[in-house]
Ligand binder design. Structure first.
Ligand code: HEM
Length: 160
């Protein structure tokens, strides 16, 4: 159990925005070549990679990169998935490719961080699949951005 009071955000623990940019750039390189999910992204906008990078960085505590700088919102992100009819198999491929990329780029791999990271991905990808079955966006434009922390591990393992 970690009783250190100076607990970094998940974003601080990852290190910096460049690490995040590398993660998602290499992830979408793989996604676009993938037989199961590549087709979903073949018409994605030039801003797509940056927007996803900024969205998740903001959720992890990086500040208002998506909601401020990119003029996005939680509702806008949800809206991008409406009607896409994503399947559980596609969700799992998306998850697996991202975790594979995280390992390849040497993203922090301590148990506490990976538990929080995968917890968020499980939550976010399942919400994307659920919303993708709808035809209209159920989310209010004023809904706050989600935030994600360390969960039950309560922080990285730090020697006290
Ligand atoms: C944590 C989970 C996820 C997050 C945070 C997320 C975030 C986003 C964001 C921010 C956009 C908008 C990008 C833009 O502005 O151009 C987007 C679009 C999209 N996402 Fe996701 N997403 C997630 C999971 C998924 C999954 C699991 C799939 C499919 C397997 C998926 C498929 C798509 C597709 C098809 C688009 C639209 C691409 C286009 O513009 O043509 N997303 N996502």
């Amino acid at each position: 159990m970690n009783d250190n009071k100076n607990i970094p955000t998940l974003f601080e623990w990852i290190g910096d925005i460049t690490t995040f940019e590398t993660l998602f750039t290499k992830f979408y390189d793989k996604v676009l070549k993938d037989d199961l999910i590549g087709g979903l992204f073949e018409h994605m906008s030039p801003e797509h990679v940056n927007h996803v990078t900024h969205f998740i960085a903001e959720v992890f505590g990086a500040g208002e990169l998506y909601s401020g700088q990119d003029q996005g919102s939680h509702a806008k992100m949800i809206g991008k998935h409406i009607g896409k009819m994503l399947t559980e198999q596609q969700r799992q491929r998306w998850m697996n490719l991202l975790i594979q990329t995280a390992d390849e780029i040497g993203l922090k791999s301590d148990p506490e961080f990976r538990s929080a990271f995968v917890g968020y991905l499980e939550w976010g990808t399942r919400i994307a699949v659920i919303n993708s079955q709808l035809t209209t966006n159920p989310m209010n434009e004023k809904a706050p951005m989600p935030t994600w922390g360390w969960g039950e591990t309560k922080g990285p393992y730090l020697e006290s």
